[in-house]
Design a protein around this ligand. Structure first.
Ligand code: PA5
Length: 424
């Protein structure tokens, strides 16, 4: 079935006619992506990456996972931004059984967090995946210095080669030099795939395989997405409609997109989405501000603002059609809390009524909203959703008139920090 886009609560804000009026611009953006004629065309490797990802890589990494399970009880994944969020998003979303737990490092410089990771190495047999496309990012580089030291204190050098894996550029960067010099096994991040688009490369696939994710199904989901969202016709392509709607709402003064889910396991997928959308569109003084909220919890904190605050927000709900092992609400004789009205219904049915109520109430309150429905919460459907968002932001960025594939603004703080650190 793929991903369903529900536009019911755009009524009064965006019409089908307005969406259709963007068809020529969307068709041009489509051609610019597929024929590599648009801005940032040296970073379009992600467009057909799913169909170019070899099954042999899936088999190799599945075998590696079997090998690592023989000697390790946990994995430490070092990386930040695009070298971190997709991994965490996927593992937090999926209910993975039978793999190794993954701990994260290199996504901050917290002393407390690092101490926990170092303690883990002292007490548990671990393997480490170090991920950095540039191979020079401060946070993962420093994390790896500390973790490498702890690994060397615990394991002999032959053992380190079995336990440390690097994912980086083919030729450039300090991490490439370390991998080659130390003889660590390594995988390459393609030049033409930017960090935030890289979850399907070894950046995501190596740690996800070690964690026990069915990476074959994950890759197949991406492949299904590549096929489903390749249609130039706007009205046949929900990813392109999502892109068009966002741009129409932005032009109408809705400058914040709140991604909202009643399924808390989407929390890090929404963090991944924030990087993908914020870094791709936020430039040249333009761009929708991507925000996220987990419901129904946040209805009891952010609900007032969403219903009644400044009307510069639109909302995109992320929903799941089917849940695993639905729980039923029990009937209680006394019915003191008066909830026998839902006895026998599933908890997920009630959750979905909360969505329906929220979407209608926010719409009435001046917040147009969209809904994206995933059929199931598995690796296949998550892969398809990632591709949906990637394709949509490519189109959306071109509609907005920016290069969606660079991130010059990320460098500004680094220059000032390096000056403070005395680094070249
Ligand atoms: O999208 C990007 O390029 C960045 O957010 C990077 O993913 C992030 O800075 C990490 O970079 P690297 O993988 O080079 O360490």
């Amino acid at each position: 079935m793929g991903i369903v886009l529900n536009k019911e609560y755009l009524k009064g804000f965006v019409s089908d006619q307005q969406i259709q009026s963007l068809a020529p611009a969307v068709a041009k953006a489509h051609r610019d992506l597929h024929q590599k004629t648009g801005a940032g065309n040296d970073f379009l490797g992600w467009v057909d990456l799913p169909s170019r990802t070899p099954d042999a890589l899936v088999h190799e990494l599945t075998a590696l996972a079997g090998e690592v399970r023989q000697h390790s009880r946990a994995v430490i994944s070092i990386g930040i931004g695009g070298s971190y969020l997709g991994i965490r998003a996927t593992l937090d979303f999926l209910d993975v059984q039978g793999g190794l737990p993954v701990y994260y490092a290199g996504h901050n410089m917290s002393n407390a967090d690092m101490r926990k990771v170092l303690r883990l190495i002292e007490t548990t047999d671990v393997s480490v995946v170090v991920i950095s496309k540039s191979g020079t990012t401060t946070e993962p580089a420093l994390a790896f210095r500390l973790i490498d030291g702890a690994m060397r204190r615990k394991y002999a050098s032959g053992e380190l080669k079995k336990r440390i894996f690097c994912v980086t550029d083919e030729k450039k960067g300090a991490l490439r030099r370390i991998a080659d010099q130390e003889g660590y096994r390594s995988w390459v991040i393609p030049d033409d795939v930017g960090g935030r688009f890289s979850v399907l490369t070894p950046v995501g696939l190596v740690p996800l395989a070690l964690a026990g994710v069915n990476i074959g199904a994950f890759v197949d989901g991406f492949r299904a997405g590549e096929k489903a969202y390749a249609l130039e016709d706007l009205m046949q392509n929900p990813a392109y409609q999502y892109a068009a709607v966002r741009n129409l709402l932005y032009a109408g003064g809705k400058h914040i997109e709140m991604m909202a889910s009643f399924y808390p396991n989407f929390q890090y997928a929404m963090e991944w989405w924030k990087q993908l959308y914020g870094e791709s569109e936020g430039k040249n003084g333009k761009g929708i501000f991507p925000a996220s909220t987990v419901l129904s919890a946040d209805l009891h904190s952010m609900g007032q603002l969403m219903q009644d605050g400044m009307r510069n927000i639109f909302e995109t709900f992320l929903m799941l059609e089917q849940v695993e092992e639905p729980l039923l609400i029990p009937r209680q004789e006394a019915d003191l809390d008066k909830f026998n009205c839902v006895a026998g219904k599933s908890l997920d049915w009630v959750n979905k009524q909360a969505y329906l109520a929220t979407a209608a109430a926010h719409h009435e309150g001046g917040v147009p909203n969209l809904m994206l429905m995933l059929e199931r919460g598995d690796a296949f459907h998550l892969g398809q959703l990632y591709y949906f968002f990637e394709k949509a932001i490519g189109i959306s960025g071109y509609l907005l008139g920016v290069n969606p594939f660079d991130q010059p603004g990320v460098e500004a703080y680094k220059k000032k920090m390096f000056a403070l650190l005395g680094k070249d």
